[in-house]
Design a protein around this ligand. Structure first.
Ligand code: PMP
Length: 384
């Protein structure tokens, strides 16, 4: 028997393309070892917390007023940080900020996607991209990656010319595979975009560098290509390297004309005074936070090395994807769900994602990774 409330809600005029859709999100379970959503395992240290508290208190004293709509001071701090990280000169007008790179990407699709237009990416890739497209009435087209999760530049260029998207999304390092794109591949994509006409203009290319700070030495950032390609943008986030997933601060760097287009679609005062204050405070502690990133990179490399030494129940070695991120995709298991469940039964939550048979583990503290290794060893012994 349906209640009156249930049957009333069943008659809501939900957009047909949303019927049956579930809200996005990995399970948020209360287990001892959380290695499932690529968070930074280190909480901010007490001096970082103190600066954030101070800055948030200052913001609270003026909270009767709307915040700086343009977030000028924060955008300048982000420009300074990125200039230091990449060596490319940047100004606040080249930087955009929003509530997580999720919202930045939604702004991109709101400004450059829309009915009659397509967004293109190459799978397996970040599972939110099709949602940004859906939510902005943009059609979603996905090309393929190679078996090793790299992107073939000639194939990518050919797909861009064939599909004619207005937005091209490239995650580098890619989630869930960890794969970083060489500069030549991004250049090939940008060049191919110049051959596509969208209402007298060319598509935008967005390189999603949410995990860029974890890249290995020698892996380039697409920020270096911005001067060459006015339709290129690079997104970053404070959720991973800055250990601030809870603060919700993502940003984008591009030409000021690109940023101006995003300013048209943002909601007024989209970034709260509290968010602007907390993010600015965390940025002042970049050095100590980046020291933790170095620790995580080393932990990532030793996790990869350990996984490469392991054997599947049939005696074959694991497949372990090359990774420039704070996570590793590994497999391939006949029954990956059983492995995932076995780990969870031992208090270790990882992510069942990626192509069939693969699992993704985020890099935690060395104690958490030891717990992961012990649990996985037990699960595999049980299955042998
Ligand atoms: N891009 C990629 C590739 C991601 O993996 C994530 C987070 N999982 C995001 C963007 C979004 O991050 P946030 O909104 O926290 O900045």
């Amino acid at each position: 028997q349906q209640s009156a409330k249930d049957s009333a809600s069943a008659r809501l005029p939900l957009r047909p393309e949303l019927a049956g859709e579930k809200p996005y999100g990995a399970p948020q379970l209360d287990v001892p070892v959380l290695l499932n959503v690529n968070e930074n395992p280190y909480p901010p240290s007490e001096d970082v917390v103190a600066t954030i508290a101070e800055e948030v208190a200052r913001a609270a004293r003026g909270m009767n007023r709307y915040p700086d709509r343009e977030a000028t001071a924060l955008r300048q701090d982000l420009a300074d940080y990125l200039e230091m990280e990449t060596g490319v000169h940047l100004e606040h007008l080249d930087v955009w900020a929003a509530n997580g790179s999720n919202e930045v990407m939604l702004h991109v699709l709101q400004a450059f996607g829309g009915p009659g237009r397509a967004a293109l990416s190459f799978a397996p890739t970040y599972s939110m991209y099709p949602e940004y497209a859906r939510d902005t009435h943009t059609s979603w087209v996905v090309g393929r990656r190679e078996d090793d999760f790299t992107l073939d530049p000639a194939y990518a260029a050919e797909t861009i010319r064939r599909v004619g998207p207005s937005v091209i999304l490239l995650a580098s390092p890619n989630n869930p595979t960890g794969t970083a794109l060489p500069t030549a591949t991004i250049e090939a994509v940008c060049e191919a975009a110049l051959a596509v006409d969208i209402d007298g203009a060319h598509p935008v290319v967005v390189v999603d560098e949410a995990y860029a700070e974890f890249r290995r030495p020698g892996t380039p950032s697409a920020v270096a290509l911005l001067a060459q390609y006015p339709n290129l943008a690079v997104t970053r986030t404070m959720s991973k390297a800055f250990a601030a997933a809870g603060a919700r601060l993502g940003y984008l760097v591009a030409s000021s004309a690109f940023v101006d287009a995003l300013r048209i679609v943002r909601l007024p005062y989209h970034l709260s005074a509290i968010t602007q204050a907390a993010a600015g405070a965390a940025l002042r502690h970049r050095e100590s936070l980046m020291a933790k990133v170095a620790t995580l990179r080393a932990e990532r490399d030793s996790t990869v090395a350990w996984l490469r030494e392991q054997r599947l129940p049939d005696g074959l070695p694991f497949d372990v994807a090359e990774t420039d991120a704070n996570f590793v995709l590994f497999g391939t298991f006949g029954d990956r769900h059983a492995v995932w469940q076995g780990l969870l039964d031992r208090g270790v939550l990882i992510r069942e994602t990626g192509p069939d048979g693969w699992l993704r583990v985020s890099i935690g503290t060395s104690a958490e990774m030891a717990a992961f290794r012990a649990a996985l060893t037990e699960v595999l012994e049980e299955q042998a």
